[in-house]
Design a protein around this ligand. Structure first.
Ligand code: GTP
Ligand code: MG
Length: 221
């Protein structure tokens, strides 16, 4: 060996390298940002959409869901002609017999599981199961048949679940001011009332945001 190299002060100072160990796998490799950031852990929560027969609950869930919504629609037949009034929604062919289910992610870290209730009175027994664990509810109303939403209002008042009122405005029908609807339904001042369109995603998102905000104010924990 060349003595000039072995005596080089540079080489002499390099310490002996330990034997290469097996690489330790990085447990965070492949993890997504939200999995590592404790402040942005997604919160999943449940909300309910209720209201009278044919007010637009299934339409609401369908408009907003980022997954194919679970629907339990049954064809309406002449057998229900006398109980199910279709004058306000002549194009309606089906009705919900169990529930609607959809999912929406709001603001990246809040996932809402949206459950639509069946509107017909003969299926109301399902509501107790549907609302279990929910943080709040949207009560949908149609100004042509406002009284149809009274049972839903009474239900959420009695079980003390925070709710807001969403008037699904059908085009071509008279448009009422929020204050008029509030008065007609005797909705307490702290409960938000808004006019919306169940077919438009942005309108449904706005409604859900208002509901979450209201639920957080009512039960901040
Ligand atoms: N023009 C118009 N039609 C609407 C609107 N919202 C819902 N509809 C229609 O109204 C009908 C009733 O809608 P659904 O979403 O099935 O009502 P629902 O509340 O789920 O009904 P049930 O589950 O049977 O109580 C459907 O034919 C919808 O297409 C709206 O804002 N404007
Ligand atoms: Mg429905």
């Amino acid at each position: 060996m060349d003595s000039a190299v072995s005596e080089s002060p540079v080489i002499a100072k390099i310490p002996a390298q330990p034997e290469a160990a097996d690489p330790v796998p990085d447990p965070e490799e492949g993890a997504q940002d939200w999995q590592l950031d404790h402040t942005r852990a997604p919160i999943a929560t449940k909300v309910v959409v209720a209201g009278g027969f044919g007010v637009g609950k299934t339409t609401f869930v369908r408009a907003v869901s980022e997954i194919t919504p679970l629907q339990t629609e049954a064809l309406m037949t002449q057998a229900s002609e006398e109980t199910d009034d279709l004058t306000a929604t002549p194009d309606k062919l089906t009705t919900t017999v169990a529930m609607d289910f959809g999912r929406i992610t709001l603001d990246d870290d809040l996932v809402l599981y949206v459950f639509g209730t069946p509107g017909q009175q003969r299926f109301w027994f399902m509501w107790d199961d549907l609302v279990r664990g929910a943080i709040g509810a949207v009560v949908m109303a149609d100004t042509r048949r406002l009284t149809d939403c009274f049972p839903a209002l009474d239900y959420f008042e009695s079980c003390r679940l925070p709710y807001i009122v969403a008037v699904n405005h059908f085009e071509g029908t008279e448009r009422f001011e929020v204050a008029d609807v509030r008065e007609a339904l005797t909705v307490p001042p702290h409960v938000p009332v808004l006019i919306m369109d169940a077919r438009k995603r942005y309108s449904v998102v706005e409604t859900l945001l208002a509901m979450v905000e209201h639920a957080l104010e009512a039960t901040p924990e």
